[in-house]
Write a protein that binds this ligand. Structure first.
Ligand SMILES: [Zn+2]
Length: 374
């Protein structure tokens, strides 16, 4: 019997010629280390959607594969980004945001609805893979000593990092928030970054409460929002430091949209500018993208706006419902699939369309749930 998975033709890409199994990607970096630390991240935007679900399952499958092949215990570290924007406001022509964490603190968002879906998925993947996990909130992450050291280095070399982190407007976005109302200016027009001997000082202006200062010591305390390029470079720096801190091979596993141009234009120049030696760089592994029929990344915002995706398989439009009602069946089917990606280079280094998944799920799900009234 043929299945969507065995029907495929795999045109090997460059890296698949270099590796027999995907654990080869880690072999040199893991030599002499006592553990594997496999890190991934997601914004706490609510229930994990399909692409995030596939990525998280692949992270655990990859960690289990590498642990088996290399004979080292693995841990998954899940960076839960509660600094994702949850509220957008315009004041005086400027854009301001508040984060998921701010709205939870203010009692305007229920923390459980933001974390339960991820927790359930992480628990399922842990139980299936045998790989334990830790959740690291952004509030903890941004306060870690290596992350603060990296921030201090970036603040000292803003001219060098501006073209890397902000090629359009030159504003490196390390944002403080108003201590009174937690509004944060998105574009950073009022942002001033000052380097002190053992701290970074961030100055900005709240449209309602006026000027304010956030003191961000290297030793911890205070809070700032690092935008995506800054956070990405900090994460590379942190994972390099964690090789020694945990005597571990640090691995970062993320969706393939963090490879290619992002890795070559942002992460690699960022780590090189920081002077991190290449042998300390974390191993970056990229999980396949789930793409629509035109080859574009499946986007949650567009996915929700069904009219923009009229051509998607009908089953796929109900996938959030499928996951809610047939969670374990869906996850079992996906696990079998991503476990093959995890070990086989030909299956890892490629994208998969929604039609591919629709065929896979149609074949394996026992019965289709009745469509829910709109
Ligand atoms: Zn304010």
């Amino acid at each position: 019997m043929t299945t969507p998975s065995t029907d495929l033709i795999f045109a090997p890409v460059g890296i698949a010629h270099l590796t027999n199994r995907n654990s080869d990607l880690l072999r040199a970096a893991a030599a002499g280390r006592s553990a594997l630390r496999v890190t991934t991240a997601a914004q706490l935007n609510g229930v994990p959607h399909f692409g995030t679900t596939v990525t998280i399952l692949t992270v655990f499958a990859f960690a289990a594969h590498a642990a088996d092949d290399l004979g080292l215990p693995a841990t998954v570290v899940f960076d839960a980004l509660e600094n994702a924007p949850a509220e957008h406001l315009e004041r005086g022509g400027e854009q301001y945001t508040r984060t998921v964490g701010d709205l939870i603190d203010a009692g305007r968002l229920n923390e459980a609805t933001r974390t339960d879906g991820f927790r359930r998925l992480l628990d399922w993947a842990r139980d299936r893979s045998g790989v334990p996990y830790e959740v690291r909130p952004y509030a903890v992450y941004q306060n870690l000593r290596p992350v603060r050291e990296c921030l201090h280095h970036i603040a000292q070399q803003l001219d060098a990092f501006a073209p890397i982190c902000a090629p359009t407007d030159g504003v490196v976005k390390v944002r403080p928030r108003c201590p009174a109302c937690r509004l944060m200016e998105k574009a950073g027009k009022h942002l001033r970054i000052t380097t002190l001997p053992d701290a970074v000082q961030l100055d900005s202006i709240c449209p309602d409460h006026g000027p304010y200062t956030e003191h961000v010591p290297v030793n911890g305390g205070g809070w700032y929002d690092a935008n995506t390029p800054v956070r990405s470079i900090q994460k590379g720096y942190l994972l390099a430091a964690e090789r020694e801190l945990y005597d571990a091979c640090s691995v970062s596993v993320d969706g393939a949209d963090w490879g290619g141009a992002w890795h070559s234009q942002v992460l690699a120049p960022g780590l090189a500018t920081l002077g991190v030696p290449p042998h300390d760089w974390p191993v970056s592994v990229f999980t396949p993208l789930v793409v629509d029929r035109t080859g574009g990344k499946l986007s949650k915002s567009l996915y929700v706006a069904k009219s923009a995706y009229a051509d998607l398989p009908e089953l796929f439009l109900n996938l959030d419902i499928l996951l809610a009602e047939h969670g374990d069946h869906v996850l079992d089917t996906l696990w079998t699939e991503v476990s093959r990606w995890a070990s086989d280079p030909h299956r890892l280094h490629r994208s998969y369309t929604v039609d591919y998944f629709a065929a896979l799920l149609n074949e394996h799900l026992p019965a289709r749930p009745a469509p829910r009234a709109a």
